[in-house]
Design a binder for this molecule. Structure first.
Ligand code: IPE
Ligand code: IPE
Ligand code: MG
Length: 256
């Protein structure tokens, strides 16, 4: 067994891991290949990491696959990515089902081509009853798009008299996000040496631990995930409190 895997405390795993899968284009360029070659190889990393999370018993894995801003990339790359997405879903849905994995999608689905919407819709339906890992694909997603959408829908409900202005609290807002059914991620990983959020889960990452690695996404494997988890478990999550407060709370005493 991997030494890193042994170091992971299975009782303190994050329930939800979110990943910005970045670096496919540079990985390909470094080998004198076209960017699409990198995306193609990125699929192997997705398979490996989904398997790794399912084996560990992680409940939710959100993968940032395509941002609303990525629509502005050259057309051949956008088309290539959509085709790769559709083919991958078609090929993998059987394995997802076999492994009791439920697929979810978050993002502006209206932007996707019809053939992609159809394939995704079928995969969601086929895996709907599965109770193992929840695999959330962020597609045509951005945090600002999601928040804007939530604000519009809340305003609509207030206008229609379905919701009282005074009754709006954080729970209301949470219910209007695409992630309303999922807990917030405790750990966010970004590959490829970029230190930014790039419009990913802006609201939900409020207290997530952030982990950055130089490894490009097509090279990212279970061992890299374990490394991130060991790092995560060595951190103190304080949520605004003091370190002393946390220590005393875990002893069962309260500090005033
Ligand atoms: C991430 O890799 C995949 C998508 C954004 C679709 P990139 O395509 O961003 O690769 P780099 O960052 O240009 O290397
Ligand atoms: C973020 O990566 C989006 C995805 C991984 C899907 P980008 O490569 O699009 O982000 P920037 O442009 O480097 O911020
Ligand atoms: Mg990138």
């Amino acid at each position: 067994m991997s030494q890193l895997l042994e170091k992971i405390d299975k009782t303190r795993l994050p329930r939800h891991i979110a990943i910005i899968m970045d670096g496919n284009g540079r990985w390909a360029k470094e080998q004198g290949q076209d960017r699409l070659f990198g995306h193609f190889h990125g699929v192997e990393s997705v398979r490996n990491i989904v398997e790794g999370c399912a084996e560990l018993g992680v409940e939710y894995l959100t993968l940032y696959a395509f941002s609303t801003e990525n629509w502005d990339r050259p057309e051949y790359e956008v088309v290539g990515l959509m085709e790769l997405l559709v083919n991958t879903i078609r090929e993998e849905v059987g394995t997802l089902n076999k492994n009791n994995i439920r697929l979810h999608v978050i993002g502006d689905m209206n932007m996707l081509p019809d053939y992609a919407k159809k394939e995704l819709g079928e995969a969601l339906e086929i895996t709907r009853k599965n109770t193992g890992l929840n695999l959330v694909m962020a597609l045509s997603y951005s945090g600002r798009w999601e928040l804007l959408n939530a604000v519009k829908n809340i305003a609509h409900d207030v206008k229609e008299g379905k919701l009282k202005l005074e009754a709006i609290d954080q729970d209301t807002l949470q219910k209007f996000l695409c992630t309303s059914e999922f807990p917030d991620p405790e750990l966010m990983i970004r590959t490829s040496g970029e230190y930014r959020i790039s419009n990913f889960l802006l609201y939900q990452l409020a207290y997530a631990e952030l982990y950055f690695t130089n490894v490009r996404w097509p090279d990212f494997r279970k061992e890299n995930l374990y490394e991130a988890l060991v790092d995560y478990q060595n951190r103190e999550r304080r949520f605004g409190k003091t370190g002393d407060q946390l220590k005393t709370e875990s002893n069962g005493h309260e500090v005033k």
